[in-house]
Design a binder for this molecule. Structure first.
Ligand SMILES: C[C@H](N[C@H](C(=O)O)[C@@H]1CCCN1C(=O)[C@@H](N)CC(=O)O)C(=O)N1CCC[C@H]1C(=O)O
Ligand SMILES: [Zn+2]
Length: 633
């Protein structure tokens, strides 16, 4: 009798829990839709009115989060006993309130700081190199194009330096206050600092140790690639500028942050032969990507997507051009906002953003807390997988075989030369990213924990940039600069380790899908991993879809196991993919007697005003008065 009664009670509890969570979820989705809509209006049209609306909507959403959290707390001691893990996990996620735990005026200040920093970033302008009175150059597309196409050392140095002057330097003080409020919020959630709160969703005690281990396994390949590219750049720009054993000046890599070197491909690739996307329109680029998803039996974009997305830079207004994917939490409205440039690298970004949309579409039936990325709150989803989806498809798209199939590459010669050529291009995009993807949050975790003090922020950044990437600033930096602030995700407060995780696991996903598609066979040298193209494989697509439909309802090792059979991030797959190139690089570097690694006795960053500015009146914005006084004294 007692057993029967206990069973009846637990079934009643389960029933009540289910109803409680369903009601919260319905309301949460509505609140999320409202908040996201205000966020979108501001990000796509930066005006004072939209900023005020966004600020109000964020406070309203935080009030809802606090109400929901208060009601969830009443279940403490009970939800843990529920037998259904699906229910327990929802309670677990909803038990972390996030920054809504801040007192109202602190939260308002916190939100406004993030909005202000990303607005400064998104509206920063730079003067022409040859015409200091014309100062309308914007990051996208102007500065991005110059970094990608110019080979004028002086012009590249000007653009690199002035971008940091107009963006990072201007948000250093905002960031100081932001860090204090972020840590106050983390402590209110029971974390030591915001870095701990960011790592929490990875649900692994060994997460940071695992990352360090991955980097140790990948560093040798990176160093070989670094030595090879340094030689090629030295041949182009001369030994005075690019020394044999030193770090590479950061402004020469074809990218504003030296995070992707594929645009110096023409300088590095031994046997040129480039795909071209000329004649395409942004719309065609998005349709091409949608076509690939559909060929895998995954979901096409809903009509709202084409109706509401912004895929070309609108003229005559300020907006956040940095590409992004949006889930409006109502199962219908999904958008991309991208100031698309018709280039191969933007075609990859299109696939990256479309990968987010496909993930949203595949898990839209799940409760909001499992539609990771859905709630605009700051307890970020584990993210590594979300960042990998589009990139996995792009690994197939980028193969010469596929590019020829869709008419983006004329001739294809299936020989060893072309192989190395292709792998080098892929390495300039994927391997060069790894140290950057890792150091972004290595720097922020140390800032949040206080290990890096605010008087040393910029020089700690350049220590990491030197140590992990083997690069140096083209001009000496100081603590009047704030170079981390010149990279979108710092002012916008978006965690970054998700991209490092993605660049490792996307090769594990690629391998599993390629095996499923019969495109890769470890025992057949005619079917190496880097030649695989999963296009039109519904078997591969169904396997990928099954993982995507899990959202974050399962711990990520379980989601990974569903797709790859393994449960860990594993660097051996990306190394297998690049093995032929690694062997080739080692031989080529030996043949040229290249020093592998880098050293310098230069002072890359000083806590004083840099020499150059001390000499002359700093150009551009107002240099800190203190600095000038010091120099005068
Ligand atoms: C170009 C891309 N933009 C991000 C992304 O797509 O991740 C945007 C901005 C920040 C988050 N975001 C989103 O769209 C999220 N809403 C997606 C989600 O969490 O659901 C980006 O920043 N990338 C791509 C490669 C490396 C990195 C970079 O360019 O440094
Ligand atoms: Zn992404």
């Amino acid at each position: 009798h007692l057993a029967g009664q206990a069973r009846a009670e637990s079934e009643q509890l389960e029933e009540d829990a289910r109803n409680f969570l369903n009601e919260l979820d319905a309301r949460g989705s509505q609140e999320c839709t409202e908040a996201t809509m205000s966020n979108w209006k501001y990000a796509s049209d930066i005006t004072e009115e939209h900023r005020e609306e966004k600020a109000a909507a964020q406070l309203k959403y935080a009030a809802w989060e606090k109400e929901a959290w208060g009601r969830v707390r009443k279940w403490n001691g009970k939800w843990e006993t529920l037998s259904d893990p699906f229910l327990r996990r929802q309670f677990k996620f909803m038990s972390v309130l996030g920054t809504a735990a801040l007192p109202k005026q602190d939260l308002e200040k916190y939100n406004n700081l993030v909005t202000e920093m990303s607005t400064i970033y998104s509206t920063a302008k730079v003067c022409q190199y040859k015409d200091p009175k014309s100062c309308k150059l914007e990051l996208e597309p102007d500065l991005t194009r110059i970094l990608r196409t110019s080979r004028d050392y002086g012009e590249l140095e000007h653009v690199w330096k002035m971008w940091r002057y107009s963006s990072g330097r201007r948000i250093r003080d905002h960031y100081k206050l932001f860090v204090r409020l972020a840590n106050k919020a983390a402590k209110l959630n029971g974390f030591d600092n915001m870095g701990e709160m960011w790592v929490y969703p990875y649900e692994s005690e060994t997460f940071r140790a695992d990352l360090a281990e991955l980097w140790e396994q990948l560093k040798p390949l990176y160093q070989q690639l670094h030595a090879y590219v340094r030689r090629k750049l030295r041949e182009k720009y001369g030994e005075r500028r690019i020394s044999r054993r030193g770090p590479i000046p950061a402004h020469l890599m074809g990218n504003m942050w030296s995070q992707d070197w594929s645009e110096v491909n023409d300088l590095a690739v031994p046997f040129p032969g480039k795909a071209s996307i000329d004649g395409y329109t942004p719309r065609r680029m998005f349709e091409l990507s949608e076509e690939f998803f559909a060929s895998l039996n995954l979901t096409r974009m809903p009509s709202e997507f084409w109706e509401h997305s912004i895929i070309e830079k609108p003229q005559g207004r300020d907006l956040v051009c940095h590409a992004s994917a949006w889930d409006f939490c109502n199962g219908k409205d999904f958008r991309i906002k991208q100031c698309t440039d018709v280039t191969m690298s933007d075609l990859l970004t299109v696939h990256h953003e479309m990968g987010h949309i496909e993930y949203y579409l595949q898990y839209k039936h799940l409760p909001g807390v499992f539609r990771s990325g859905a709630n605009p709150g700051d307890v970020p989803h584990a993210g590594g997988f979300h960042e990998a989806v589009g990139d996995v498809l792009a690994l197939s798209v980028a193969t010469p075989k596929h590019l020829q199939k869709i008419g983006l590459l004329q001739e294809v010669h299936d020989d060893q030369e072309e192989d190395i050529n292709f792998l080098l291009k892929m390495a300039l995009e994927k391997i060069t990213f790894l140290p950057f993807g890792y150091l972004m949050d290595l720097w922020r975790w140390d800032v949040f924990s206080g290990k890096t003090h605010e008087d040393n922020w910029n020089c700690a950044w350049w220590d990491l940039r030197f140590k992990l990437q083997g690069i140096k600033p083209p001009v000496q930096r100081s603590e009047y600069d704030f170079d981390p602030g010149a990279k979108y995700h710092i002012p916008a407060n978006v965690p970054y380790i998700r991209y490092f995780v993605s660049f490792v696991v996307q090769f594990q996903f690629h391998k599993a899908l390629c095996m499923k598609a019969g495109e890769y066979d470890p025992l057949n040298p005619a079917k190496p991993l880097h030649k695989c193209d999963i296009y039109q494989s519904t078997d591969a697509g169904n396997l990928l879809g099954k993982m995507l439909q899990l959202g974050s309802s399962k711990e990520w090792p379980e989601a990974m196991e569903a797709l790859t059979g393994g449960r860990r991030m594993d660097a051996s797959v990306i190394r297998e993919y690049f093995k032929p190139l690694e062997n080739w690089l080692k031989k080529d570097n030996e043949r040229h007697g290249e020093f592998v690694g880098w050293e310098t006795d230069e002072v890359l960053c000083t806590s004083e005003l840099p020499r150059e500015e001390a000499k002359s009146e700093p150009s551009g914005g107002a240099a800190p008065a203190l600095g000038l006084m010091l120099v005068a004294a």
